[in-house]
Design a protein around this ligand. Structure first.
Ligand code: SF4
Length: 217
């Protein structure tokens, strides 16, 4: 059964509003363009911290470029005066591509969207949950569901499973809905954001299945 995870998130937001609750949300952020399409949905309702954990990047320079662009974007947002943006923070994990390669070992030749990507999602979300436990967040989500190329049903299923493991709530999402992806394209243009043309790993770069405008995975 296909679940409308955007609607599930909206129900939670409405529930919080009725209770007068504002939770601390740790949002895994893959890049500035995807984050742009997600923050306007959650920042008015949660205290949001962005966690840049993307060891899937094929090079350290690409990792640095995407992280620095995210930091620059958050700074611009804070200056914009938009609702909820003043308290958004961002931090990173450091780049450990060797460890990531070990997690996808044997899956190198999988097509984009296949088993390698499932392992990649799991690795990045698992680390995000661990950070959430250490820093006492109330809930976790990810910008990964913004991309039309990524399977939001799978990402949410992994999130729900990890939520059971770590005892931290998974905030369901499907940020591409309600023109989320289009919003990210427009915001990327507005803020002049770097929009990469491949998902992130060397296998996606070599495959170049995505055309210009693909956002990080
Ligand atoms: S294509 Fe993207 S989501 Fe899939 S393994 Fe590579 S970086 Fe991860």
């Amino acid at each position: 059964m296909t679940v409308n995870y955007m609607r599930e998130m909206e129900k939670e937001i409405e529930d919080d509003r009725q209770k007068g609750v504002r939770r601390r949300l740790l949002m895994h952020a893959c890049c500035a363009p995807c984050t742009s399409g997600c923050l306007s949905v959650v920042a008015p309702h949660f205290d949001v911290s962005l966690f840049f954990y993307n060891p899937n990047m094929d090079t350290g320079s690409e990792y640095d470029k995407r992280y620095e662009e995210l930091v620059r974007f958050v700074k611009l947002l804070k200056e914009s005066g938009e609702e909820g943006m003043e308290d958004v923070s961002v931090f990173q994990s450091g780049y450990d591509h060797g460890n990531w390669l070990s997690k996808v070992s044997g899956l190198e030749n999988e097509p984009e969207g296949g088993k390698r990507c499932a392992a990649c999602f799991r690795e990045r979300l698992d680390r995000t949950f661990r950070e959430a436990v250490e820093r006492s967040f109330d809930c976790v989500t990810t910008t990964l569901t913004l991309s039309p190329r990524k399977n939001a049903q799978l990402i949410n299923a992994i999130g729900e499973e990890l939520s059971e493991t770590y005892g931290i709530h998974w905030l369901p999402s499907d940020f591409k809905k309600k023109d989320g992806f289009l919003r990210s394209v427009r915001l990327s243009e507005k803020y002049g954001l770097y929009r990469q043309d491949y998902c992130g790993c060397e296998f996606s770069r070599e495959g170049r299945l995505s055309g210009p405008g693909e956002q990080a995975g």
